[in-house]
Design a protein around this ligand. Structure first.
Ligand code: TPP
Ligand code: MG
Length: 238
């Protein structure tokens, strides 16, 4: 959410739903003025897609021919509000028509489909300097925030079976794993070994954290501000 690193092209995000979408258009506008070939990609949710500022940004990006890919991660819930209750129309990508740009909905659970679609979308946007909208249909198994289960125990907003169905039939890691084995990219044994290695590294990291001394307050800016990424924003100033 709050990660920023200009050297990696990561522009950051903020807690106001939909509010970083215009930032992407601003970045695209500056690229256009500078005459470089950078494309902005804005990630936002189905809930954010209803925010006025998202529509204003799409409209302006189209009028000004800005190189932005609007990437909607439609996980079908905005916290506990289902898409069915809150989003008009079948597909969020259909809104692209209103702003005279191309829009498409893809299977956001399919790693390669997402990769290939976004590669193509960025390439076309770079070539044409026209914005476009890609809606990735996906799902979230857990709550929007930790503790959601406790808070919403008496008014669950979706059935456990629905969660299990997505997990069982459309899990992106499982399906990508199957595809890699089917295409002979990796053997099952290699992938199992990767799982074991990753788990061990995570457990080591967790153990290190738990066993480490609690940091003192004066260390709070460490790893929060990067001198390297922000030569003009020394940490001691903020
Ligand atoms: C302007 C604004 N309104 C309301 C909220 C409270 N809020 C936080 S997340 C969220 C839902 C966002 O839905 P979506 O974009 O689908 O994200 P997801 O829940 O799927 O992560 C809301 C309403 C907020 N942070 N900002
Ligand atoms: Mg959502």
């Amino acid at each position: 959410m709050h990660m920023v690193d200009f050297s990696l092209g990561i522009f950051g995000c903020n807690a106001i739903v939909g509010a970083s979408v215009p930032h992407a258009a601003g970045a695209a506008f500056s690229s256009k003025m500078d005459g470089d070939d950078r494309v902005s990609v804005s990630f936002f949710g189905d809930g954010a897609s209803n925010q006025g500022v998202v529509h204003e940004t799409m409209n302006m990006a189209s009028i000004w021919d800005l190189p932005v890919v609007f990437l909607c991660e439609n996980n079908q819930y905005g916290v506990s509000t289902s898409q069915e209750d809150a989003v008009a129309g079948e597909q969020i990508s259909g809104r692209a028509d209103s702003y005279d740009m191309d829009g498409e909905t893809i299977n956001g659970q399919n790693v390669l489909e997402v990769y290939e679609t976004i590669q193509e979308a960025v390439k076309t946007t770079r070539e044409t300097s026209r914005p476009r909208l890609v809606e990735c249909k996906t799902y979230r198994y857990k709550g929007h925030f930790s503790g959601e289960k406790d808070l919403l125990r008496d008014r669950p907003y979706r059935a456990e079976e629905e969660i299990e169905e997505w997990r069982r039939e459309r899990d992106p890691i499982d399906t990508f794993r199957k595809a890699l084995i089917e295409e002979d990219v990796f053997t099952e044994e290699t992938l199992d070994q990767i799982d074991v290695d990753v788990k061990a590294r995570l457990e080591d990291a967790a153990e290190f954290a738990l066993e480490s001394e609690y940091p003192s307050g004066d260390r709070a800016p460490e790893y929060t501000y990067s001198e390297q990424s922000y030569p003009n924003f020394p940490a001691e100033k903020y």
